[in-house]
Ligand binder design. Structure first.
Ligand SMILES: NC(=O)c1ccc[n+]([C@@H]2O[C@H](COP(=O)([O-])OP(=O)(O)OC[C@H]3O[C@@H](n4cnc5c(N)ncnc54)[C@H](O)[C@@H]3O)[C@@H](O)[C@H]2O)c1
Length: 286
């Protein structure tokens, strides 16, 4: 099937980035959210980012305009009926995602692949909310999706081989270098390994072993990591990180996936990372 129009559900950090990526690669992208205002805000942020790239001479003004022209926004899932491919990237909450998949099932054409960008929730559970579990697959992008080369592709229990192939082919059309997993497991490869490393960093702070800046400095200088684990949690979002660890703990039943109380406290205080202006670091007013 030729893909022209992609519906991205969720206009947050990842949804906006995936929508922008699709448009940059020449696809028409509809970015949707629970209301028009949120989706419009995402597009206006994309516009600001592209304008900065124009100002730095990285892209031409015409390219910026062409990318923006290919992006439309929606406050509901009505554009699903015209989509050739759907990427769900809404909040990391299984009930929310199941409801989205249930509604998508009633709206999209039968041949359309329904991909989820979930970090660690069950692909099969989302698939079971539809009447076409063979069409549901995970396509896990990395932050920021316009830059990061990897897309992890993972089947649910009933995903058809051709759906996996279609997801892999589409990831390549988006300029990515995908990895396809053989079976479903929470958090795939990178997030599972990284999640545990990031968790360990939060325990070091929670147990008063070192300040966040020193934990990050140690990993940058001692392990040659380009950014520290706590900087990375701030980028991912503390709430998103916590949800992943909760899922890993629940699904794999291993204490090493447990997160410290400090994380709950920070989330309660609204310190979700860069997106709220405060996390392990202070980013000033958002
Ligand atoms: N943040 C990361 O680094 C990262 C990386 C890879 C994958 N992910 C995954 O991507 C997904 C989105 O994460 P994010 O960081 O962009 O979150 P986010 O909180 O920035 O954005 C989530 C968006 O989903 C919207 N949303 C909630 N319910 C919705 C609904 N019913 N319909 C449409 N939109 C709805 C919210 O309004 C919000 O705008 C999650 O599943 C997350 O696990 C995140």
């Amino acid at each position: 099937m030729t893909i022209k129009k992609v519906l991205v559900v969720g206009s947050g950090v990842m949804g906006a980035g995936i929508g922008q990526l699709c448009a940059q690669q020449g696809f028409d992208a509809v970015i949707s959210d629970i209301n028009q205002e949120l989706a419009n805000k995402a597009k206006s942020n994309i516009e600001k980012g592209l304008s900065r790239r124009v100002a730095k001479g990285r892209i031409a003004e015409e390219d910026k305009n062409a990318i923006l022209f290919r992006i439309s926004t929606a406050g509901d899932l009505s554009p699903a009926s015209k989509a050739d491919f759907v990427i769900e990237s809404a909040s990391e909450n299984l009930e929310i995602k199941k409801n989205i998949f249930k509604e998508l099932d009633t709206r999209v054409q039968p041949e359309v692949v329904l991909a989820t960008n979930t970090t660690s929730l069950s692909i099969s559970a989302m698939a079971e909310a539809t009447t076409r579990p063979e069409k549901v697959v995970q396509m896990h992008f990395f932050n920021p999706p316009t830059i990061m080369k990897l897309v992890e592709i993972m089947p649910g229990r009933k995903t058809a081989a051709e759906t996996l192939e279609a997801a892999e082919a589409f990831a390549k059309q988006l300029g990515k270098d995908p990895v396809v997993c053989k079976n479903e497991a929470p958090a795939g490869i990178v997030s599972r390994i990284l999640g545990q490393m990031l968790n360990e960093a939060t325990w070091l702070v929670a147990s008063n072993v070192a300040e966040p800046a020193n934990v990050d400095k140690a990993m940058k200088l001692g392990a040659n990591h380009p950014m520290g684990p706590l900087e990375l949690i701030d980028l991912i979002g503390l709430d998103v990180h916590r949800t992943k660890m909760e899922t890993l703990f629940k699904e794999l039943g291993d204490f090493r996936y447990k997160h410290p109380e400090l994380l709950n406290k920070m989330i309660e205080e609204g310190k979700l990372g860069k997106k709220t202006g405060r996390g392990f670091y202070n980013y000033g007013d958002k």
